[in-house]
Structure formats: structure tokens, C-alpha cells
Design a protein around this ligand. Structure first.
Ligand code: FAD
Length: 404
């Protein structure tokens, strides 16, 4: 009877274990996680959970009983090394775990502020339930002056949550526009204006020189312009680093994540990697890619479960999509806009849609509060249907739904 061992009990790891059973896999399934407790969903941490609209039990994918019912063995501990010769994983405080197939679903960890004062008390990150619990406790004190470093998805979601509680919140970023690495300029402007209307202040093209503190607690953020901004609650949302140390030490190929082929296999055919930690070849971009999204983690888990249970060797080729809830605004992205050079905006009473073209081909559709266009785009990108040209999108009366 074969044995699948999964390291990392997040979105990718949990879904793989669950889908293996759903697909009828009867071998041993072991899920190793280092966060303690039942696997949980991360997106609500900066949204409903932070705002107190969802409790801890609402975060978990399934209750503890589910794992017994499904014969999914859970090990609470940190996997410390992989012995590829004997096909065993070493886990702190546990006996070695033998595998036939090993899956690395170790995710990514948050980047710490690389400046003096970055570890003062009152400086937070937001990647785990423990981080969110610390922040929630901090937000109970109404006197705080929160300052967010990084105008990416997590920083902006936190800022919207902080405004919801009535805090005056400032957001700093080095880039000239918000979410600059991920969305088109029109979407950046649309979201910035909406955040500003709700009271968020932005300081863009602003770097951090260092943080100052008193009695070990942050009191000021000093910018590269020399401004000293008073604050006692800093949230740093400055990106993540893939957890590829185990793979690296085991001698697997690693470069911005664990390098896998189109079947999600690493340079060792008995070891796979999925989710935020995996760097995979993307057909549409014709280059390697590492995505940080629930869709990517879940779809890669689905593809790998199919491969393990049916040995069907279909190359991984899912349509990327993403969402971010920022107060009353819902950003949704279908496809990948990377490298796009033509952007066509469409506004209607629902919101804004931006159609991004790369090499003359529709590559991504970004929407603000326009679920209809988002779903239509996902359907289109997942099919062989002809995509509308830039001229067609720009013509009066264009609706994406007509194409699907
Ligand atoms: P993770 O879910 O991070 O799971 C990896 C797990 O492996 C972790 O529990 C980690 O502790 C564990 N691990 C690592 N190393 C070891 C080891 N050696 N031994 C044992 N365990 C180990 N995505 C969206 O698409 N939309 C959103 O709105 C969105 N919002 C987000 C909000 C927040 C606050 C955060 C943090 C992320 C958000 N994301 C969102 C991103 C999304 O949650 C991730 O892309 C997704 O969780 C990736 O799944 P994963 O399984 O690869 O990694």
C-alpha cells in the first residue's frame, strides 16, 4: 500500500489530502503541519476574521473529526529534513515518517522589515492566525495610530479593516501607485481614490529609513524623506519568501521557490511541490512562475491528486484567478496581466473592468465590483473560445458575456 506524506497543512496540503481521499486513494495519507490545530483558511485573516465577523472555528477547513473519518493522519510538528535515500522525513519530536510520494506544500513566510527598529514591539505582520490574533488584540485599544508599510493586498485589506473600526490609518509604499506589482494603473487609481474617500491616507514613493521606539515599543517611522511619522502600531505587508529550505537542503532544484515541472514534480521524481512554494512552468507566459493565491494552491492540489490516484499525466495548466476584498471594494483578477502593454477600461454602474492585452492577446481581466465580467473572463480563459481583440473591447456596446 503506497504512502503519501504532505509537508505543510495549509491550503495546498489540506486540499491535497482531502482530494486524495475524495478520488478514492486508499493508501496512507499523512499531513505534517507546524501551526498546531486543524488546518485553516488564510484569506479571512485580513478580512472577516480581523473585523470580528468570523470566529476561529469558521476559519478551519474541517473539524478535527473529519481527519479521523477520512483516515488522514495528522502530525503536529516541524519537518526538519528529508532523507531521499531512505525516503523518510524527519519531524521534530516524532519518529521518522516513511514515504513513497512526498509533497512539499510549505507555503511562504512573511518578509520581515529589513530596517533598524523592524523588530520593536508594536510592529506586526499578517500571515498566520497567531499574527491576526495579536493584531485583533492590538486593535481593541482605540487610541492607536496604525501605519501600514506596503500598499499591497494585505496592507490595503488591513487598512480597510482599520478604517472600519474608525482608526486614522496611513499607508506608505515605495512605489508610485498602490498594488503596483499586481494590477494595471487604472485599477490602482480606482482603489486609491476609494480608500482615500473612506479616510485612508497614502504616502507613496516613500521609503522607510528606520523605526524609532521607546521602552522597546515603536513610536515613530522615519521615512527616507526625513519625515518622522508618529505611530504605535505598524503593519508590514512587504511580501513573502517561499519556504524552500527543506528542498534546498535535500539537494532539490530551488530558484525563487521549489522548481517543479509541468506535472508539479521536483528534480526527484518521488517528490512534488504545490502552492506558494512551487515555481512551475506557465504555458501562457512561456516562463516560470510562482503564484501566491488560493486558486493556485487548490488547483495544483487537484491536479496532483488526479495524477497520484489515476496516474493521468496531464500537464498543469489552470487559469489563474485572484480576489482581494478591501472594505466595500472587491478586486478580482482572471488570467495574468504580467507583461501587458494595452489596457482598455470599461466602466458601468457596477464598477470598473480593465482588459489587459499582451502581444495583442487578451491576457487578463481585472475588475472592481464586477463579478459578472470576472466569471465571464475565467470561463473564456478556460476554454478554446476566440478571445476578443483590443479593437472589439474598445468598441461601443462591447460585453464580455457575448464571447462566452
Ligand atoms: P500556506 O497556506 O501558507 O500553508 C503552508 C503551511 O506549511 C503553513 O501552515 C506553514 O506553517 C507550513 N509549513 C512550512 N514549513 C513547514 C515545515 N517544515 N514543517 C511543517 N509545516 C510547515 N489569496 C487569495 O487568493 N485571495 C485572498 O484574498 C488572499 N488573502 C490572504 C490574506 C492573508 C492574510 C494571507 C496571509 C494570505 C492571503 N492569500 C490570499 C494567499 C493565500 O492564503 C496563499 O496563497 C495560500 O494560503 C497558499 O497555500 P499554501 O498551502 O501554498 O501555503
Amino acid at each position: 500500500m503506497s504512502s503519501v506524506v504532505i509537508i505543510g497543512a495549509g491550503h495546498a496540503g489540506f486540499n491535497l489530502a482531502h482530494l486524495l481521499r475524495q478520488n478514492g486513494f486508499s493508501g496512507r495519507v499523512t499531513l505534517i503541519g507546524d501551526e498546531g490545530g486543524a488546518p485553516y483558511q488564510r484569506p479571512p485573516l485580513s478580512k472577516a476574521y480581523l473585523m470580528g465577523k468570523l470566529d476561529a472555528s469558521g476559519l478551519t477547513f474541517r473539524p478535527d473529526s473529519f481527519f479521523d473519518e477520512q483516515s488522514i493522519e495528522r502530525i503536529d510538528g516541524t519537518a526538519t529534513s528529508i532523507d531521499r535515500q531512505t525516503q523518510r522525513v524527519h519531524v521534530e519530536g516524532h519518529a521518522p515518517v516513511a514515504y513513497d510520494t512526498l509533497v512539499l506544500a510549505t507555503g511562504a513566510r512573511r518578509r520581515e522589515l529589513p530596517v533598524e527598529g523592524g523588530t520593536l514591539q508594536g510592529v506586526h505582520g499578517l500571515a498566520t492566525r497567531a499574527d491576526a490574533d495579536r493584531l485583533k488584540r492590538a486593535l481593541e485599544d482605540e487610541r492607536h495610530q496604525p501605519l501600514v508599510i506596503g500598499a499591497g493586498f494585505i496592507g490595503l485589506e488591513f487598512a480597510a479593516g482599520a478604517r472600519h473600526f474608525g482608526f486614522d490609518v496611513k499607508v506608505l509604499d515605495l512605489a508610485p501607485r498602490i498594488m503596483a506589482r499586481a494590477v494595471s494603473p487604472a485599477i490602482s487609481i480606482y482603489f486609491q481614490q476609494a480608500h482615500e474617500q473612506s479616510g485612508v491616507q497614502f504616502l507613496l514613493e516613500t521609503g522607510i529609513a528606520h523605526l524609532e521606539g521607546k521602552d522597546g515599543h515603536v513610536t515613530h517611522v522615519v521615512t527616507t524623506n526625513g519625515d518622522r511619522l508618529q505611530t504605535d502600531l505598524v503593519v508590514a505587508g512587504i511580501g513573502v519568501i517561499p519556504n524552500d529550505q527543506l528542498a534546498r537542503h535535500a539537494g532539490l532544484a530551488v530558484e525563487n521557490g521549489i522548481v517543479v515541472d509541468e506535472h508539479l514534480a521536483t528534480s526527484d521524481p518521488h517528490i512534488y511541490a504545490i502552492g506558494d512554494c512551487a515555481n512551475f512552468p506557465d504555458k501562457a507566459l512561456a516562463s516560470r512562475l510562482r503564484l501566491e493565491s488560493v486558486q493556485n494552491a487548490t488547483d495544483q492540489a487537484r491536479a496532483l491528486a488526479a495524477l497520484i490516484t489515476s496516474q493521468e499525466r496531464v500537464p498543469y495548466d489552470a487559469v489563474p484567478w485572484f480576489w482581494s476584498d478591501q472594505g466595500p471594494l472587491k478586486l478580482q483578477i482572471a488570467g495574468l496581466g504580467t507583461g501587458s502593454d494595452i489596457f482598455i477600461e470599461q466602466r458601468d454602474d457596477k464598477g470598473l473592468s480593465v482588459f489587459a492585452f499582451r502581444d495583442g492577446q487578451l491576457a487578463a481581466v481585472e475588475t472592481a465590483n464586477h463579478a459578472g465580467n470576472h466569471m465571464a473572463a475565467r470561463k473564456l480563459f478556460g476554454s478554446e473560445l476566440a478571445r476578443p481583440s483590443a479593437d472589439a473591447v474598445a468598441s461601443p456596446g462591447f460585453t464580455l458575456k457575448d464571447y462566452v
